[in-house]
Design a protein around this ligand. Structure first.
Ligand SMILES: Nc1ncnc2c1ncn2[C@@H]1O[C@H](COP(=O)(O)OP(=O)(O)OP(=O)(O)O)[C@@H](O)[C@H]1O
Ligand SMILES: [Mg+2]
Length: 248
């Protein structure tokens, strides 16, 4: 993120003053990415389950959002976030995704949400148990930086959206928090999973074994960003669980 009054970058985010109030501009090099992010935002916002910033303007290359402040959550906020994610995933399933399958893109009005399998084919060849035939939620990249806490919990960053099993994005939250803040208390992680599952429809809950599997997938995907984005630890060094050996 860049803090500047004068946003001249070709892509990235910056805070800017507009008509006497600060706004957040997100600039995209690729118009398709901008259009997709706006469509994802509208779909998530319409679910009405979580607070999102107002989208003040959308052009081919830029989205301008309400400025939600500057505070990201920390480890003490994980249970609250997990409840909000459970509400969001439950609302999406209830309204739309009860008809979805993980191996097929899902059409919802103007929006087509990518399936879970095709963008992750190589990874899932190594972790095939992650491709379940069970109930479908979504992945929107719930890394801990994609939440703000200045006036209640709010969700930001709508760039990515794919179908995913329930619990998959919760794994991203837990891994990104541990990579940023260090080893989480195992009791807190257990409370986080309970808080998420408490909000879900019967039959959609995520087991601790599946959550562990998803955290290892996120480790595979995120470890290359160590020493960037505030990531200071590798997941296997700070995981709350004993060493994980994956067997097919
Ligand atoms: N509406 C907003 N209000 C306040 N801060 C915001 C807002 N949108 C984005 N930010 C800030 O800008 C940062 C980057 O925004 P965003 O997550 O949308 O971009 P990104 O390219 O995905 O960055 P990252 O890789 O850090 O996730 C956020 O982590 C947050 O600090
Ligand atoms: Mg982000």
């Amino acid at each position: 993120m860049r803090n500047t009054q004068d946003c001249k970058y070709s892509h990235g985010t910056c805070r800017q003053t507009c008509c006497g109030k600060t706004v957040f501009r997100k600039i995209y090099a690729d118009p398709e990415r901008a259009a997709a992010a706006a469509a994802h935002y509208r779909w998530i916002s319409a679910l009405g389950a979580v607070q999102v910033p107002a989208l003040l303007a959308a052009t081919e290359s830029e989205l301008t959002f309400e400025d939600l402040g500057s505070h990201h959550p920390g480890p003490d906020d994980l249970v609250t976030i997990a409840s909000a994610m459970g509400d969001l995933h439950a609302a999406a399933w209830d309204r739309h995704l009860y008809r979805a399958r993980l191996d097929r893109p899902f059409r919802c009005g103007e929006l087509t949400i990518s399936d879970f399998i095709s963008p992750r084919r190589n990874l899932l060849a190594r972790f095939p148990a992650a491709a379940t035939s069970g109930p479908v939620a979504f992945y929107k990249d719930c890394n801990i930086r994609n939440f703000m806490t200045d006036s209640g919990l709010a969700v930001i960053d709508f760039d990515d959206l794919t179908l995913a099993p329930f619990g998959y994005d919760l794994g991203k939250l837990i891994v990104s928090s541990a990579m940023t803040h260090g080893r989480p208390d195992p009791v807190v992680v257990s409370d986080v999973l309970d808080a998420y599952n408490d909000r879900l429809p019967a039959g959609a809950t995520c087991s601790v074994q599946r959550l562990r599997l998803y955290t290892y997938i996120h480790h595979e995907l995120t470890s290359r960003y160590l020493h960037q984005h505030g990531y200071r630890y590798l997941w296997p060094d700070v995981s709350p669980w004993p060493a994980f050996t994956y067997t097919k």
